[in-house]
Design a protein. Structure first.
Length: 191
C-alpha cells in the first residue's frame, strides 16, 4: 500500500518522504530486524524449554523402565528361590509321619504297615495337589517318551506291550519327571 502511495507522489514529494514511513530507510530496517530477532529469540527459548521438558520426561521414563526391569528381576529371583515352598510344606507331614513310625519302639508289623499306608496316602495327596501323576503302563503299548525299556521278554501279549513295571515313572503337569522302567514283550520265537 505504501508502495502505491510512493508511486503516486511527484518526484519533489518523494524527496521529502518521512523516513518513518519509508520501509527501506536505514532506521526502519534495523527496527524490523530487531523485531524479527526478538521473535526468533522467543521461538528459540520456547523450543529450548520444550526440548528440556521432553528430555526430562524421557529421563523419567527411562528411570521408570529401569525400575520396572529391576523389580521384574527381583520377582523372578524370588520365584526361583521360593518355588518349592508350597510343595515342601506339603511334604513336611509325610516326614513327620515317617519319624513318628521310627520313634515307636515296639510297634507291631500290622501297626507299621497301617502307618506306612497312611503316609503313602499323605504323599499321594501332596502329589495330587501339585499335579504329579504316576506312570504305570502295565498292559499298555510301550511309549518311549514315558517309559524306558530295561528288558524284553517273550510273551503272549502283543509285541511292544509293557509286561511289567520295575519302577514307576512320574509326570509333572504332563511333563515327564522320571520315565517308568519297564519290561517289554516281544514275539515268541517260532520253532
Amino acid at each position: 500500500m505504501q508502495e502505491q502511495e510512493r508511486s503516486l507522489r511527484t518526484p519533489e514529494q518523494q524527496v521529502n518522504v518521512d523516513p518513518r514511513e519509508d520501509d527501506n530507510a536505514p532506521g526502519n530496517t534495523e527496527a524490523a530486524a530487531a523485531e524479527g530477532t526478538g521473535d526468533l529469540l522467543a521461538l528459540l527459548e520456547a523450543a529450548e524449554r520444550q526440548a528440556k521438558e521432553h528430555q526430562e520426561a524421557w529421563l523419567r521414563a527411562k528411570a521408570e523402565a529401569e525400575n520396572i526391569r529391576k523389580r521384574a528381576q527381583a520377582d523372578v529371583a524370588n520365584a526361583h528361590k521360593f518355588a518349592l515352598e508350597a510343595f515342601s510344606s506339603e511334604l513336611l507331614p509325610v516326614r513327620d509321619s515317617l519319624e513318628a513310625a521310627l520313634a515307636t519302639p515296639n510297634a507291631s508289623l500290622e501297626a507299621v504297615l497301617q502307618g506306612v499306608q497312611l503316609t503313602l496316602k499323605q504323599l499321594d495327596s501332596a502329589f495330587d495337589k501339585f499335579a504329579i501323576k504316576e506312570i504305570n503302563p502295565v498292559g499298555e503299548k510301550f511309549d518311549p517318551h514315558r517309559a524306558q525299556a530295561m528288558t524284553t521278554v517273550e510273551s503272549d501279549k502283543p509285541a511292544n506291550s509293557v509286561v511289567h513295571v520295575l519302577q514307576k515313572g512320574y509326570t509333572l503337569n504332563d511333563r515327564v519327571l522320571r520315565p517308568a522302567l519297564v519290561t517289554v514283550s516281544k514275539s515268541k520265537a517260532q520253532d
